[in-house]
Design a protein. Sequence first.
Length: 194
Amino acid sequence: MNTVRMVENLNNRAMGAAEQIAAFKTNVLQNVLSCRMFTTNYPLLIDHILREAKFYLRMLRKLQGREEFDIAREVAYQETFWNRIMAEHSKFIRGLLDPTEVKLFDTANNFGERFDELTEEARKLFINMGLLPLVTDRSLKNTVGIRDFKKQGTEGLIQCNIKSIAFPLLGDHVVREANHYIRVLKRFKQYNMK
Ligand SMILES: [Fe+2]
């Protein structure tokens, strides 16, 4: 089997699995929102991971369909998606800290506000694409900032220096998502300079 066929096969199986997990998350979210199910997770967290599954599915479908797309619009779409994800991470961190962790709470809150603004800026690119390089730069700068904050936070949890109800693994997970977004943004930056 050649590489193209192997990737195609892997993508097909990933699509099947992603569809199933998206259906499961949809079901959990509906049950939680109608108070038929209780969890200590925020409903927004369930909605967040459902959107991530759908985002992944969308990418796989585009790849499998050999779809051509308008790169500038795709960059704007992905920056809107990921800036919102980063804003929500900030708010989850804010909400999982012990109430005595005032400084960390404020930092998380500030990142939440910043990324809400960046989400709006990215959304507005669909009206004015000229601002794309600026939004990419700002998004990159702030994502490096939040990645470092998340990294320190995760280390603080592991070393038991931070009071929180968050698992260190959740901290590590959001660090990895920020790292993924940084990698993507660097590619977008190369595209913007062309
Ligand atoms: Fe996430």
